[in-house]
Design a protein around this ligand. Structure first.
Ligand code: ADP
Length: 165
């Protein structure tokens, strides 16, 4: 059985992420979406909220599991008994970092391979950061994120604005 991990912050999950998830699901037997809980970063959404949004966005995908994790990715892969890490590549700007990460991970754990999926063209510009910027100014994010989570993002933005005034 081929089990893979798709790790990331998913703050929040976008249609670009969902595209990578759906395509990976067709290649592997089980896809574990690893939601990174990184204490060095201050995400907009808590890890619990990010997990919830991913659960809503991937409803109906039978071979997907969502699991939060902290620390080294290769340790997480070992614990989950996953042999493959899936990453998405949007543009050449992603490449250098992704190459370094995959080679480092391979040194740490030669049994784990990184598999890259290039972005579908319609999502090549899309990132969680862009979504947050558009949402912060009240822009329409319906083309960027799964419809199931639009309400949650808008709510979060509203509560941020209320806290400021
Ligand atoms: P990180 O916080 O690790 O940069 P993200 O949560 O932003 O990760 O993304 C997780 C993975 O999804 C990364 O491999 C990233 O390159 C990929 N990804 C993000 N946005 C897109 C997109 N629009 N199309 C394809 N892959 C994407």
């Amino acid at each position: 059985m081929l089990r893979a991990i798709y790790p990331g912050s998913f703050d929040p999950v976008t249609l670009g992420h969902l595209d990578v998830i759906k395509r990976s699901c067709k290649i592997v037997d089980e896809l574990i979406i690893g939601v990174l809980n990184n204490s060095a970063k201050t995400p907009l959404f808590s890890v619990e909220e990010r997990v919830k949004m991913l659960e809503e966005a991937t409803k109906g995908l039978k071979n997907v599991k969502i699991v939060p994790f902290e620390g080294l990715l290769v340790e997480f892969a070992r614990r989950m008994k996953a042999k493959v890490v899936v990453r998405g590549l949007r543009a050449i700007t992603d490449f250098e970092y992704e190459l370094q990460m995959s080679q480092t991970n391979h040194k740490l754990e030669p049994e784990v391979e990184t598999m890259f999926l290039t972005t579908s063209i319609e999502y090549s510009f899309l990132s969680s950061t862009t979504v947050k910027e558009v949402a912060a100014f009240g822009g329409d994010i319906s083309q960027f994120v799964p419809s199931a989570i639009i309400g949650r993002i808008e709510e979060k933005m509203q509560s941020k604005i209320k806290r400021r005034v």
